[in-house]
Design a protein around this ligand. Structure first.
Ligand SMILES: NC(=O)c1ccc[n+]([C@@H]2O[C@H](COP(=O)([O-])OP(=O)(O)OC[C@H]3O[C@@H](n4cnc5c(N)ncnc54)[C@H](OP(=O)(O)O)[C@@H]3O)[C@@H](O)[C@H]2O)c1
Length: 243
């Protein structure tokens, strides 16, 4: 690793860094010279991710729905320059009047609250030139039927970005909002259904394809590295929001 890499000497935490968008982001941060800690619940998954990332990586097995465990983790971090949050919880999807209210509460429990908890405790450790980047999701603006609960969660997170960009300045706070992205999150869906969904989305997207984790990681890196970006929700959806 060249010692004059853009982020050399800087530290980063990627919550959700053992898979998908978070893993690709951890890889990009390491490539720029940052020292990175990836956070997830499964120690096995973290260890496997670590093998692919090299020596500038450490891992922390923390469930960010658990506030005291998350607080203890961030208290143990001496210097934090960049916090990226990209964890995935489940979502209660389906027709609005048929999704049980409890399912919507669980959607908030799976994504909104762990993001909030990680931001709340991570922000206390953030250096003055530090950044927070949240990975939210196009459901906040896409008006796709059956996704209201996920849209509410992502919209709630995005609703904090501008306020925090002012309140926590000069620290910078942004969100990246991906469209459909090919990650392990979709591996639970049978292969033929997933491939059909990918093909349909690609044909509806101006860029002519769905996203790869590296596309979203590159957008996160723009938020991390461009010192004049703050208070932004950056779509990374191949233009799908336009059509
Ligand atoms: N993929 C897409 O199409 C897409 C589109 C729009 C938005 N997004 C958003 O992008 C984010 C990342 O998605 P992804 O597709 O990269 O997901 P993914 O591949 O399933 O990765 C999710 C990561 O989150 C970790 N995680 C889950 N719950 C956690 C918790 N409570 N505490 C700590 N870590 C936790 C997982 O590890 P453990 O399971 O071991 O904890 C894993 O490292 C999500 O917020 C998702 O909503 C994704």
């Amino acid at each position: 690793m060249a010692s004059d890499s853009a982020l050399s000497g800087q530290s980063a935490v990627v919550v959700g860094g053992s898979s998908g968008i978070g893993l690709a982001t951890a890889r990009a941060l390491v490539a720029q010279g940052a020292t990175v800690t990836i956070v997830g619940r499964s120690a096995d998954r973290l260890a496997k991710a670590c093998e692919t990332l090299g020596s500038q990586i450490s891992t922390a097995s923390v469930d960010c729905t658990d506030e005291s465990a998350t607080a203890a983790f961030f208290e143990s971090i001496q210097n934090l320059d960049h916090l990226v949050i990209s964890l995935a919880g489940g979502a209660a999807l389906g027709p609005f009047t048929e999704v049980p209210v409890q399912g919507v509460r669980e959607t908030f429990d799976g994504k909104f609250w762990p993001y909030f908890i990680a931001m709340h405790h991570g922000a206390k450790q953030l250096s003055e030139k530090g950044t927070i980047t949240l990975v939210t999701g196009a459901s906040a603006i896409a008006a796709t039927p059956a996704t209201a609960s996920l849209g509410a969660v992502n919209g709630a997170l995005e609703g904090m970005i501008k306020t925090l960009a002012v309140e926590l300045a000069p620290r910078r706070i942004n969100a990246v909002s991906p469209g459909l992205t090919d990650t392990e999150a979709w591996s639970r869906i049978p292969d033929d259904i997933r491939e059909g969904m990918y093909a349909q989305s690609a044909s509806d997207t101006p860029a002519g394809r769905i996203g790869q984790p590296e596309d979203v990681a590159n957008a996160v890196m723009a938020c991390v590295q461009n010192g004049f970006l703050t208070g932004l929700v950056l779509p990374c959806d191949g233009g799908k929001r336009l059509v």
